[in-house]
Design a binder for this molecule. Structure first.
Ligand code: UD1
Ligand code: CA
Length: 457
């Protein structure tokens, strides 16, 4: 049945209650935009058949998901969730599908299982929706049923009138709907903005469908907090905590040793192999990969980086876009910036910064060093306080350090420059010329000793 269902995400709203200039669906949880989580939950079921209604900050949403642009529909004025559906209708109905699942874009905790559950429990309903019984029904649309428990309508909290709609039951609308397109299409023109918000509500379709004698089904999911929409910073933070725990627990169950797990944050696209070990107060984001036998020390921030088996990142490191090879050692207090590559058994120590640079197998830069646009061969030693001077104010230049070279402490390597294989640079040198293989270079002021106790004549 699922290949005759397409999906539509409503993501055009501003998210006024977030107090942010960023569209709500781009607010992040664990470093990734809210909307990504909705795509992740829908993708296994709908594949490419997912349309998205964008509006407020549409450019920003398109920039965040360029590969999905073709399936965006722009709702220039945000006149309500029902209006969003009206705007997207032609695209949805023209896709050849029999049903469309419509989902609020501010529901990042939704799971593929929940989506499948609605499909399987909807039966042959013309309009089905998911309902929940949260601890606090707050601003959710309330589900109204008749004495036989049949759904009569969804009434928004603002418009709920006890004398008309009866006592509140606690059952509310989760914002996920399954619509049979042929049946629901004719109802769209019947939507009116005659309510407290002056908006066209998708939820009014329920009452309209009941009036027309269509088959309407409210699929109850009990107290499932995963279906709660996010409207405020507090709700976002609480959803983020739930997601964080879900991801960390999942890795622990699969055999990753995570110490002090309450303080570990792992993004949804991070992969970690069983047998890796992580200490608390660590954040790992983006497309990072941690292999079996890698060890990540505490107070470390990681994004888009890979860690090979046997490597060890000690405490207090900042690692972005880096590749740490097998059995390498990093830190404590190291900073690896994009393009930093550590080949096997190499070591980077405290207060060393690397950017677009490669450190060869077994090489070391143990203290107080900047390697930018540099290529260090295997078995080299980069002494304390070595700086590659890679930038002249306009352009960047490369530094090459050959296999087995020894760079003495407090050396400035003014790029472009090459230090040959097994060459030696004396401490305190400022190197501006290439050094041939196996030669020694010394480039510093000569020392003069003056006797402080010379007799005055
Ligand atoms: C909506 C439901 C409510 C339900 C709740 C569940 C309506 C009228 N109410 O309320 O019954 O309990 O979700 O979380 O639908 N959007 C657009 N275009 C618009 C307006 C909104 O695309 O013109 C998008 C928003 O970006 C958001 C989603 O629709 O992702 C829901 O809108 P929101 O304003 O958050 O609705 P709620 O008040 O939460
Ligand atoms: Ca909402």
């Amino acid at each position: 049945m699922t290949n005759t269902i397409s999906a539509l995400i409503l993501a055009a709203g501003k998210g006024t209650r977030m107090y942010s200039s960023r569209p709500k669906v781009l607010q992040t949880l664990l470093g990734e935009p809210m909307l990504l989580y909705v795509y992740k939950a829908l993708e296994p079921v709908f594949g490419e058949r997912i349309h998205t209604v964008v509006g407020f900050g549409a450019d920003q949403v398109e920039a965040a998901f360029p590969q999905r642009r073709d399936n965006f529909v722009v709702q220039a004025e945000q006149l309500g969730t029902g209006h969003a559906l009206q705007v997207a209708w032609d695209k949805v109905a023209g896709s050849g599908a029999e049903y469309c699942m419509v989902i609020n874009g501010d529901t990042p905790l939704v799971t593929t299982e929940a989506v499948e559950k609605l499909i399987s429990r909807a039966g042959r309903a013309d309009l089905a929706f998911m309902s929940i019984n949260p601890p606090d029904p707050a601003a959710f649309g309330r589900v109204v049923r008749d004495k036989d428990s049949l759904v009569k309508a969804i009434v928004e909290a603002k418009d709920y009138d006890l004398s008309v709609h009866g006592p509140v039951t606690g059952e509310v609308n989760a914002g996920i709907y399954l619509l049979r397109l042929d049946a629901v299409g004719p109802l769209l023109d019947g939507l009116r903005a005659e309510n407290k918000s002056g908006e066209y509500y998708i939820t009014d379709l329920v009452g309209l469908a009941v009036e027309r004698g269509l088959k309407v089904e409210g699929v109850s999911c009990g107290a499932d907090v995963n279906l709660m929409g996010i409207n405020s910073p507090r709700e976002l933070i609480s959803a983020e905590q739930t997601l964080r725990r879900r991801i960390v627990d999942d890795f622990i169950d699969r055999g990753v040793m995570i110490h002090n797990p309450d303080t570990v944050i792992i993004g949804p696209d991070v992969s970690i192999e069983p047998g890796a070990e992580i200490f608390g107060h660590v954040e790992i984001y983006g497309r990072s990969e941690v292999k079996a036998g890698a060890l990540l020390g505490s107070y470390t921030y990681i994004i888009d980086s890979t860690f090979a088996p046997g490597c060890e990142v000690r405490q207090f490191c900042h690692v972005e876009g880096a590749e740490v090879g097998p059995d390498c050692q990093v830190g404590p207090y190291a900073r690896l910036r994009p393009g930093a590559v550590l080949r096997e058994r190499s070591r980077v120590g405290n207060f060393v910064e690397m950017k677009k640079s490669e450190l060869g197998a077994g090489s070391k830069a143990s203290h107080l060093t900047y390697l930018g646009d540099a290529e260090v061969g295997p078995g080299a030693n980069v002494g304390a306080g070595t700086i590659t001077c890679n930038y002249d104010g306009k352009n960047k230049f490369r530094t090459i350090i050959g296999e087995g070279a020894f760079i003495g402490s407090n050396t400035a390597l003014v790029a472009p420059v090459t230090v040959g294989r097994d060459a030696l640079v004396a401490a305190g040198s400022t190197i501006t010329k290439d050094i041939p293989d196996e030669w020694t270079a010394i480039a510093r002021g000569k020392q003069t000793n003056l006797n402080r106790k010379m007799k005055k004549s």
